[in-house]
Write a protein that binds this ligand. Structure first.
Ligand SMILES: [Zn+2]
Length: 436
């Protein structure tokens, strides 16, 4: 037994050593060598710009796990009289006449500082903004030396196993989009039974897979464990995968069974959306508290905080701003991660989407922000923070942390006494007494 353990430990060490040599090789690639890839990514990100539209939280129950959260959202629509409209009440004529409308916001506008700084860096111009330093640009070296990671990541297209997809996305996509710092650049939640010790990609890269406690939140709001936590310089980003990956079977004309994966529908299912929104709002409160506790590192607070909801083929971006009570999601279908999906063996990563993911992950460094005009348009459209008392919001801001345990919400039933009971009047004026 001990020799078996020894064998496995030495194999693991040799894998780590081999992997370290690989990483060092990539680090030695210069920024100049990646300029072509960056140019391509910038062009693709601009030609496939993401439109964000505001969402309103119509109903919610607080105090649950993300996975049990019940949050009802609908697109925020307004009519010419300035009234908020339920999408189901809007007639075709109202839409055609422009009597009901919503505002949208471009990804490139929200992240204009990041685009500007990256373009200056790429053109070798003076970079006054200094948002994109060489360490953050590690992504260019790691992610754009893409032949290796792209090939490894293609393994996600050959499996339906959620755990395997999580590991492959964490190791060959997200961990490559953050600067290499001492310690882990990511970890996968440790609450699953099945753990891959080494990366399960078809290339057998030998990378060790990192697990940890990703618990975040508060019983006053929502809480749970994001599937992946990524740690860019000076911060973190939360990533979630849709659950209950369903396959639908169709019979074609030749009576052959064809498996159709409805990725888009899965990302937009009510249970998954509830989970994504509760996690997005909670993570945004967490990031606000995190920045406020380190004023020397964050003189300017970033309030628009993203959460990425991703499957093996596409992703959605949810963003919540706690200060201005704004919830955004990409308009239309989920954003494709791959090109040429008709033939998975030849599928290539959509580098514009990879660049957008890099900006989302590094949000505390590259600082997405809304212009005063956009703030005026979108402020308070979510209606969540404004539905809570100031005291409750203050308590939430203080109590949303990363921790290992949360008190699970349980519905308790109290048995009624057999004898009849009398409602106790609180005082002669029939005033209600606060239960707190
Ligand atoms: Zn691998």
């Amino acid at each position: 037994m001990s020799s078996l353990l020894k064998g496995s430990t030495s194999r693991l060490l040799s894998y780590i050593k081999l992997n370290w040599i690989k990483k060092s090789t990539y680090r030695n690639c210069s920024f100049l060598a990646c300029r072509g890839y960056i140019e391509e990514a910038l062009e693709q990100a601009k030609s496939n710009d993401i439109d964000f539209v505001p969402y309103r939280i119509r109903g919610y129950v607080l105090g649950n796990k993300f996975s049990n959260a019940n949050v009802d959202i609908e697109q925020y629509l307004e009519d010419v009289d300035g009234c908020v409209r339920d999408p189901s009440s809007v007639t075709k004529m109202e839409l055609e006449n422009g009597n009901v409308f919503t505002s949208s916001l471009k990804f490139s506008a929200l992240y204009h500082k990041a685009f500007e700084s990256l373009e200056r860096k790429y053109k070798n111009e003076e970079n006054k903004l200094e948002f994109i330093n060489d360490e953050i640009l590690q992504f260019a070296i790691e992610s754009f030396v893409r032949e290796h990671h792209e090939r490894c990541l293609r393994s996600v297209l050959e499996t339906n196993e959620e755990r395997k997809i999580t590991v492959l996305l964490a190791n060959h996509l997200f961990s490559r989009l953050v600067a290499t710092t001492p310690g882990n650049t990511y970890f996968i939640t440790n609450d699953h039974f099945k753990k891959f010790e080494l990366c399960p990609c078809a290339d057998q890269c030998g990378d060790k897979i990192w697990y940890g406690n990703s618990g975040i939140g508060s019983e006053l709001l929502w809480y749970g464990k994001p599937d992946i936590m990524v740690f860019p310089l000076g911060g973190s980003c939360s990533i979630v995968l849709p659950k209950e990956k369903k396959k639908e079977m169709y019979i074609d004309e030749e009576k052959r069974l064809i498996e159709v994966k409805k990725e888009s529908k899965l990302l937009r299912g009510h249970t998954n959306v509830s989970q994504f929104v509760s996690q997005t709002v909670t993570f945004s409160f967490y990031q606000k508290g995190f920045q406020l506790r380190k004023p020397e590192s964050f003189p300017q607070i970033v309030t628009m905080i993203p959460t990425i909801a991703i499957s093996d083929k596409c992703f959605d971006v949810y963003m919540y701003d706690t200060e201005n009570d704004i919830l955004l999601r990409n308009d239309g279908d989920p954003i494709p991660l791959w090109n040429n999906l008709d033939n998975p063996c030849d599928a290539t990563l959509n580098m514009g989407a990879v660049l957008q993911l890099w900006m989302l992950i590094n949000h505390l460094s590259v600082q997405p922000n809304l212009s005063p005009l956009e703030l005026e348009k979108f402020s308070l459209t979510c209606g969540f923070a404004s539905s809570l008392t100031h005291e409750r919001l203050s308590r939430i801001e203080k109590e949303v942390t990363m921790r290992t345990k949360f008190l699970d919400h349980e519905i308790k039933e109290i048995k009624a006494p057999k004898s009849s009971f009398k409602r106790k009047l609180i005082n002669s004026n029939n005033q209600h007494q606060s239960c707190q």
